[in-house]
Design a protein around this ligand. Structure first.
Ligand SMILES: [Mg+2]
Length: 444
């Protein structure tokens, strides 16, 4: 020991103190202070850093194992050598259990034993601290690992939910939000909220029950492709962390970003799916149903009408002299005319009515819950509205249009199918054409 070391002797007996101090002063490079009570000793260690404390157990203000416990509790990093009057193994063991590093019998004190004990206590204390730190580190690593395992488990579950193709997106997102907080977040985390901006979700927002917006929150943007598609927020109830403190760990931040990424992919997939359905069912020019989709939807409506004994009518419509518009004004003008017809018809029809482009300038309309006479009224309104329409065309006069209509009520009670009913409506349309166009003809 070349550097100066500091020892504190805690001893209430003046005679014993003199004897012990005399021996301690013989130990090279050690400087000693003396306290005569536990209270005085605790004050000494507040003011100065000691390497070892020699501690008498019987003091005016504390006796026996209480003395060791109180002292070691107040100075957990300090090496302690207990001084005992009797050769008492029990008491020595007790002292070591309470946190002392060594013990010495007062009757056998000399410079050599004090020097040995001094060094031994320091080494032992260092070893104890190293062991404690290693144990704490292992426990913390374990906790981190367990948390990470829960996070991985949760992310796996979230992936399973988002990747299951049969699950509607809204339901999938609700499940994701419900799964997230208990599985990966701190116990005091109280809510996850997912807001979507794609218009794919009826509500636009799903959140865990009890979601409360607080100062403590973690956010991540959801992107579907390159478009911002929503946001994930995680909130919890504790008071905000002190400045500079990280409220969430790096791995939690990454996890939430990863979740946002996966939700974005699910939204992207749902968008593509929606577009595919749109493409498969819609006439690209007019956005009316295509022929196939019209036939499917209307056949289903006719079945339903037959089941419940409800009326249903069909209109077949052909724009008059349409070839003349294409020839005289060009195909772009013809396209505008077709689009205008659908926009006008949609405006006049109900939501449940189905309009389909059957080909060229020919359209069909299905009117559920509608018998022949009201269907004729609808056709007449469409005819009049169309006749009054002025379709603007760039670089020329607006186009005027008219159409011929054949109207048939489906004989659902007699088991008439879609093809047969359309055939009757088509025959009526042919008569309307043959008898001068721009008119409505009921089927026979
Ligand atoms: Mg004493």
């Amino acid at each position: 020991m070349s550097e100066t070391m500091f020892a504190l002797l805690v001893e209430d007996s003046p005679t014993q103190a003199l004897l012990t101090l005399a021996e301690l002063e013989k130990v090279p490079n050690v400087k000693v202070d003396h306290a005569a009570s536990l209270a005085a000793a605790l004050e000494f260690i507040q003011r100065k850093r000691y390497h070892v404390v020699f501690l008498d157990l019987t003091l005016p203000d504390s006796v026996g194992d209480e003395t060791v416990r109180r002292f070691c509790g107040a100075a957990p990093e300090l090496a302690v050598v207990v001084l005992t009057n009797h050769d008492d193994d029990q008491q020595a063991l007790m002292a070591l259990e309470q946190g002392a590093q060594d013990y010495l019998l007062k009757a056998k004190l000399d410079a050599a034993s004090l020097s040995r004990s001094f060094r031994y206590a320091i080494h032992r204390k260092r070893a104890e601290i190293l062991v404690r730190e290693a144990r704490d580190a292992a426990l913390e690593a374990n906790r981190q690992l367990e948390r990470r395992m829960r996070q991985i488990d949760c992310m796996y579950g979230v992936s399973r939910i988002l990747e299951s193709p049969e699950l509607p997106l809204q339901v999938a997102l609700e499940q994701v939000v419900a799964k997230a907080p208990s599985a990966w977040l701190k116990p005091d985390t109280i809510g996850v909220r997912l807001s979507c901006m794609t218009g794919l979700l009826p509500s636009g927002i799903v959140e865990t029950p009890g979601f409360v917006e607080t100062a403590c929150r973690l956010e991540a943007q959801v992107f579907a492709g390159s478009r911002p598609a929503g946001r994930i927020e995680i909130c919890w109830t504790e008071t905000p962390p002190a400045e500079g403190d990280e409220a969430f760990s790096t791995s939690e931040r990454e996890l939430v970003r990863e979740l946002a990424r996966r939700v974005g992919l699910a939204l992207e997939r749902a968008c593509v799916q929606k577009e595919l359905v749109q493409l498969a069912t819609t006439d690209f020019l007019t956005e009316a149903c295509n022929r196939r989709h019209f036939m499917q939807s209307t056949a289903a409506e006719i079945q339903r009408a037959g089941r419940y004994g409800r009326p249903l009518s069909l209109l077949m419509i052909d724009l008059d002299h349409f070839k003349r518009i294409n020839d005289q004004r060009g195909h772009a003008a013809g396209d505008e005319a077709l689009k205008s017809f659908v926009v006008m018809a949609r405006d006049l029809l109900r939501d449940q009515d189905i309009i389909g482009r059957m080909g060229g300038e020919e359209f069909a309309i299905a009117l559920p819950e509608t018998a022949l006479n009201p269907a004729l009224v609808v056709a007449e309104r469409l005819r009049i509205r169309l006749a009054g329409l002025q379709v603007p065309v760039s670089g020329g006069e607006p186009i005027t249009l008219s159409a011929s209509f054949g109207v048939a009520e489906c004989k659902v009670g007699a088991g008439e199918g879609l093809e047969a009913c359309l055939g009757r409506a088509d025959a009526a349309l042919y008569r309307a054409k043959a008898t001068g166009r721009n008119r409505v003809e009921p089927a026979e």
